[in-house]
Design a binder for this molecule. Structure first.
Ligand code: Z2T
Length: 840
């Protein structure tokens, strides 16, 4: 702290505060006292009303106290050293549960386990009491959470910024075979992990008008409209093997501090109070769309609310010391997680020009140097395009500035390609088609220094397709690749303690937890049958655990010795869960045919590898075809699972409410992981990393991160099939102009659906129509036989367990590159220019 802050504290208070930062004892007895203290005095529980949830809360509160001590010193270190900080701005942070993660990162599980055992409970059981923090949809949000873990672990001076949604990702129930959404009111009455900072609060304006204060020099003011308050809630993020602890700051909307005297003076006191509270709507709910843009005004309000508060907070920190504005990019790097926070580019420009009087070009130069932008998709339906009218109404001054930015930018484009009106129309921030709209990706590109994709193929596609003009204009060096990774702490160390122990014992070290490249050391033992036996034993135990969960949630009995074939991710046509279930139908029909042909049990076992086909994932509430796919999966499950001809040769399971905690059970129990997107469409995929890390084999197209994973673990380890990204356009054209008939197995599967084998549901004809003949945009027919062939190859290897285990070990062993630690180090060194800053 700067010395003057000491002045208002007595020597005693100063000393106690300084000592109090980290006087937490880690012995069992102190832990017990600390927990019981929280029971009695924070939660006001007595011996008569203390249940498991209360004990979980008290335990978590005691862990949070540990974190806060670390957190305070970490933040002071960043301040004292005046280091450059990185700010990760994301509308989503899909963190899941925090207790076990914190206990493991603090390396204090042994002590807590014993402390709680003596108190008559079980730490593992308390872990299960925690509700997931589901402030994200899928890959993009979970990536942000993995990044926070790596940023903390690697001691980077980083902050995450997001929104404290009152309702997270909806809970999914399956009712009569169909998805039904339920609200996720996740903060029951106390969220133990957050610290409300009522003292950290900023106002945010919407609507209103722009007034000219003076013409030359031109000064304008944005006035009127509605004002709401953003209040900070801080969530400490511990790292592994470090005493650093970083901050995730989430904003919650509250009524403005100032009273609008006018509305109160009108005599409608209760009405005026009611109006004020409408502002709280802004942070109420996470939009549940993955990979699709929804042009709702409330969503743009969320985006602006969040960046307005965040930028005020960042600048307040920057201005704590006397500075030149030109120093901003030396002290601040702002990473935009997709275009969702990209209105921040215009907001920083507005602050510098309107509030601090900087000349436009000077301000713009500073803005561009401060921002960097990650794109997560090439799907056109996901690219944000705000209607000009909507944006101009909500943020009138920002629309002015967007026009100014665009005018200057298009002049440069014109100078670059004189007379080329097409390039001008394509690169403009304004899409002139009706309704006219702002292209947020174009804004994010020209307002940032670096733009990155999330896997090698994805970045290549960005540069050659949707961002081609920009790549030619700015030069290639602006466009970088940062292949996604996952945190080995949550996705191996925490989720799969059995495999973690095996790895540690074979490597004779647990250094892999912080340096995943160490996994390569397993290759030295690849011919040792004992290693294979260890892998087999752990996988079997994890499959038993998963089978028990399936029994309790779905009431289906599955055989842990069957091949567990798993596709878990958001339901989306491009991810082709539909192709998967169609292949399951083909398998089912083949079993039926064999039985009808009089095959004996032994003949059936020789012809078919027993499989459990497991699906999980949420469909966006308005995405009808995705919901129909769920309906088909559950209908097939109903028939197959109850068909005595099939027995344990085939089971189909749709596990409801896929979330982070469920994923932690599913990936360790996966034999075969389905990564079967239509090539060129899955930007990266991160589930693929979690499965492979846990020793699953991949059945995959050459898409997203799978390409690089296959390269790292060896192509022999994966069952590859399907068209390449480079072939997709040509194949689509072919399907359009010279539509091929359905291949025989696909025709059979469709016929079975049509003839009512799986029931006669209204959804089915609509679903079948959506990908028939020329409509087959996702190339299911094109890839189908090649997919079946890959499945047959997987079956063949599974029959040879030694061969399978060898591939499983080599899969895990090759995953070093896909640690989010590697990804974050690359961002830090190649984009942000920030250095590790371990606390003093
Ligand atoms: C999302 O999860 C992803 C992309 C989006 O584009 C939006 C959302 Cl919510 C706007 C996913 C990609 O689909 C996936 O391939 C990728 O692995 C993940 O982001 C993280 O980069």
């Amino acid at each position: 702290l700067p010395p003057e802050d000491k002045a208002d504290k007595s020597e005693l208070l100063w000393t106690l505060l300084t000592q109090g930062m980290e006087n937490m004892d880690r012995d069992v007895e102190s832990i017990q006292k600390h927990i019981v203290n929280h029971c009695q005095f924070t939660l006001a529980r007595t011996q008569f009303n203390l249940d498991s949830f209360g004990l979980y809360q008290a335990t978590a509160l005691s862990i949070k106290d540990h974190l806060l001590g670390m957190w305070n010193v970490t933040q002071q270190t960043f301040t004292n050293k005046d280091v450059k900080r990185v700010y990760y701005l994301s509308l989503e942070f899909l963190v899941g549960r925090a207790l076990q993660n914190a206990v493991l990162n603090l390396d204090i599980e042994g002590e807590y386990s014993q402390a709680l055992m003596e108190l008559g409970t079980d730490l593992e059981k308390l872990y299960e009491e925690e509700k997931d923090a589901a402030l994200g949809n899928g890959g993009l949000g979970r990536l942000a959470a993995c990044f926070m873990d790596s940023l903390a672990t690697l001691d980077y001076p980083a902050w995450g910024y997001g929104i404290r949604y009152r309702y997270g990702m909806f809970a999914q129930k399956i009712v009569d075979g169909a998805q039904v959404e339920f609200p996720d009111y996740w903060i029951s009455y106390l969220n133990v992990w957050e610290i409300p900072r009522i003292d950290v609060s900023y106002s945010v304006r919407f609507y209103g008008e722009v007034r000219v204060v003076s013409d030359s020099p031109r000064v304008v003011e944005w006035v009127g409209g509605e004002v709401v308050q953003a209040v900070a809630y801080d969530v400490p993020i511990p790292g592994y093997g470090t005493k650093n602890c970083i901050n995730l700051r989430l904003w919650s909307a509250k009524p403005a501090k100032e009273f609008d005297l006018q509305s109160f003076n009108q005599g409608d006191y209760l009405g005026a109070i009611e109006d004020r509270h409408k502002s709280e709507n802004i942070s109420q709910v996470l939009y549940p769309n993955d990979n699709t843009y929804m042009g709702k005004e409330l969503r743009l309000k969320q985006q602006y609310f969040f960046v307005r508060a965040t930028l005020q907070d960042i600048l307040r920190r920057f201005l704590k010391r006397p500075r030149e504005w030109e120093e901003l990019p030396d002290k601040v790097a702002i990473q935009l997680n997709d275009t969702h926070p990209s209105i921040g580019i215009v907001e920083l420009l507005r602050i510098l020009v309107d509030e601090h009087g900087l000349e436009f070009e000077r301000a713009w130069g500073i803005v561009v140097k401060s921002f960097h932008f990650t794109n997560h998709t090439v799907l056109p339906e996901a690219l944000e395009k705000w209607p000009v009218e909507l944006l101009g109404h909500l943020l009138p001054r920002h629309l002015d500035l967007i026009y100014d930015i665009n005018y200057r930018f298009l002049q440069q484009v014109q100078a670059w390609r004189p007379g080329d009106m097409d390039v001008l129309a394509r690169m403009s921030l304004i899409d002139e088609a009706h309704p006219r709209s702002i292209r947020m990706a174009n804004l994010a590109i020209i307002g940032s220094t670096h733009v990155n994709g999330v896997a090698a193929l994805h970045t290549q596609l960005l540069k050659t397709t949707i961002f081609k003009d920009f790549c030619e204009f700015f030069g290639e060096s602006k466009f970088q690749n940062k292949t996604n990774g996952v945190t080995p702490r949550r996705w191996l160390h925490q989720a799969n303690p059995g495999l973690a122990a095996v790895i540690t014992s074979w490597l004779e070290s647990d250094a892999w937890i912080a340096n995943l490249d160490e996994l390569a050391g397993l290759r030295a033992h690849i011919d040792n049958p004992e290693l294979a036996a260890d892998f087999a034993r752990v996988k079997r135990a994890n499959k038993v655990r998963l089978a028990e969960l399936i029994q309790s949630t779905n009431g289906i009995e599955v055989d842990p010795d069957a091949l567990f074939d798993i596709q878990v991710k958001r339901i989306h046509e491009y991810k082709r869960q539909l192709m998967n279930i169609l292949a399951v139908i083909v398998r089912y029909l083949a079993i039926k045919e064999a039985v009808a042909g009089g095959a004996s049990k032994a003949e059936l076992a020789a012809a078919f590898v027993a499989r459990v086909s497991i699906f999980a994932g949420k469909a966006a509430p308005g995405y009808h075809n995705a919901k129909r796919i769920i309906r088909l999966i559950t209908a097939v499950a109903d028939v197959v699972n109850n068909d005595p001809d099939v027995g344990s040769l085939l089971k189909v399971v749709f596990m409801p409410n896929y979330n982070v905690s469920l994923a932690e059970v599913i990936f360790p129990g996966t034999d075969l992981s389905e990564q079967i997107s239509c090539s060129g469409m899955e930007a990266s995929g991160t589930g693929v990393g979690k499965a492979t890390l846990n020793g699953a084999l991949l059945i995959c197209t050459m898409d997203g991160a799978s390409i690089e994973i296959a390269e790292e673990i060896g192509h022999d380890q994966v069952f590859v099939f399907g068209a390449l990204a480079s072939e997709v356009d040509g194949l689509r054209a072919q399907v359009q102009f010279n539509t091929p008939p359905d291949c025989a197995p696909l025709a059979k599967a469709k016929a079975a659906i049509r003839d009512g084998t799986f029931g006669n549901y209204d959804e089915f004809p609509l679903l079948l129509d959506s990908f028939s003949g020329r409509n087959d945009y996702y190339l299911i027919n094109t890839d189908f036989e090649s997919y079946l062939d890959a499945q047959a190859r997987a079956d063949a290897v599974y029959r040879d367990q030694d061969a399978w285990l060898r591939k499983a070990i080599l899969s895990t062993a090759g995953m070093g590159f896909f640690s989010s630690d590697r990804t974050i180090r690359q961002y830090a060194e190649e984009i942000w220019g920030v250095k590790p800053c371990p606390r003093e």
